[in-house]
Ligand binder design. Structure first.
Ligand SMILES: [Zn+2]
Length: 119
């Protein structure tokens, strides 16, 4: 009984930003940013953004284009693609530069990697 619960809890680690426990499953040991912190992501200008699966429709065919960054409410251009973050695949949360990371089993999320030599 304790075996099954530890199999789950071994993926529960502190969020890289706020230290709240969250699932790191699929993240290949990276420092995962929890959903609450991810919801506060901004671009380098401090505008709120979120990463969403984007697709284009060509007749009956839907082409998945992977995750892209979009401005979100309360930004006046909510829903518009944020070119900067879509291309850099990075964002800022509480002054930390975070990156979109693709783990295994299709896991995608934001991670924070302290820079070499940073305190
Ligand atoms: Zn967090």
């Amino acid at each position: 009984m304790s075996d099954s619960s530890s199999a789950i809890s071994k993926h529960i680690k502190p969020c890289a930003i706020c230290s709240e426990p969250c699932s790191h499953h699929g993240a290949r040991g990276r420092n995962v940013v929890c959903n609450n912190c991810s919801a506060q992501a901004t671009d380098s200008n401090g505008r709120p953004i979120e990463f969403l699966e984007s697709f284009t429709r060509d007749g009956q065919t839907v082409w998945l284009e992977g995750l892209e960054a979009f401005y979100k409410s309360p930004d006046p251009e909510a829903g518009k693609r944020c070119d900067e973050a879509s291309e850099s695949r990075s964002c800022f949360i509480g002054g930390y530069e975070c990156h979109l990371f693709e783990g295994f089993a299709g896991w995608q999320g934001l991670i924070y990697e302290p820079k070499e030599g940073a305190v």
